[in-house]
Design a protein around this ligand. Structure first.
Ligand SMILES: C[S@@+](CC[C@H](N)C(=O)[O-])C[C@H]1O[C@@H](n2cnc3c(N)ncnc32)[C@H](O)[C@@H]1O
Length: 240
């Protein structure tokens, strides 16, 4: 995982201007971590991995990946997993006209903040939920598009990694409509993620993997010792 701001200042010694590389990483699988972070960062907007639109530092934007898959059907039901304080859903709503968006996150802090922030986007929902729990509140085959930018990566950090990853993907697979697409943007290389995403029992989707080169490393990126060069986009289309 790689974040671009909150820990950086703590690593740069203002007297010596020396950077200390971290020896321990936060536990991104814990809701306590996210609640504390979102309390500290109240009011900010931040997009992990890829921005909404292509910029000079990013090869591709989420818009290019998502919008063509919605076939201009403004009635599309969209689920955003681990929505955080990303601007993605608000952009889809306000700039592209897709209003039926359910945003899910297990951090109560960010769900309350985003609900308030986007209250004027009346058809958009915010729901506090842990995607690794069996989720009866979500109807089967109800979403045309499920978006996940960094959420599976957090779940994969947990101790009970395999069980939680499977429960999350079972939920995604069950709630995705036939013909619908699950788009997962991840740090995880195909050697690691593909077996999880394809599922041992075999999910009924075809998986395409794209890779995107990360932004050129600037000083900020030194927050993490990050030897990986790419983000991977797993595009899973559920068969009819
Ligand atoms: C790396 S951040 C990505 C945020 C946002 N999607 C983005 O692209 O900027 C991961 C988000 O997933 C949420 N998350 C992690 N594990 C989760 C779980 N088990 N259920 C629901 N949300 C989870 C975190 O609270 C956090 O907001």
């Amino acid at each position: 995982m790689q974040s671009q701001h909150s820990h950086f200042k703590r690593l740069l010694n203002p007297q010596t201007q020396q950077i200390t590389l971290p020896t321990e990483y936060p536990d991104y699988s814990k809701v306590e971590y996210w609640n504390a972070r979102y309390t500290e960062e109240r009011g900010i907007t931040y997009d992990w991995y890829l921005p909404w639109k292509k910029t000079s530092g990013a090869q591709v934007g989420m818009r290019d990946i998502i919008v063509p898959r919605l076939y201009d059907d403004k009635e599309s039901e969209i689920l955003v997993l681990g929505c955080g304080n990303s601007e993605l859903s608000a952009k889809l709503y306000a700039e592209e006209g897709f209003h039926y968006i359910t945003n899910a996150d297990y951090s109560r802090v960010i769900i309350e903040e985003m609900k308030e922030r986007n209250a004027h986007m009346e058809e958009m929902d915010y729901v506090e939920m842990d995607i690794t729990e069996p989720l009866d509140i979500l109807d089967s085959e109800s979403f045309t598009l499920i978006l996940d930018k960094g959420c599976l990566d957090c779940v994969a950090c947990s101790q009970d990694n395999a069980g939680k990853v499977r429960q999350m993907l079972d939920n995604v697979h069950r709630t995705l409509a036939p013909g619908g697409t699950y788009v997962c943007v991840s740090h995880g290389r195909p050697e690691m993620r593909l077996a999880q995403i394809q599922g041992t029992a075999g999910y009924k989707w075809t998986v395409e993997v794209q890779k995107v080169q990360k932004r050129p490393a600037g000083l900020e990126v030194l927050e993490r010792v990050d030897s990986e060069q790419y983000y991977y986009i797993y595009i899973c289309q559920k068969r009819y």
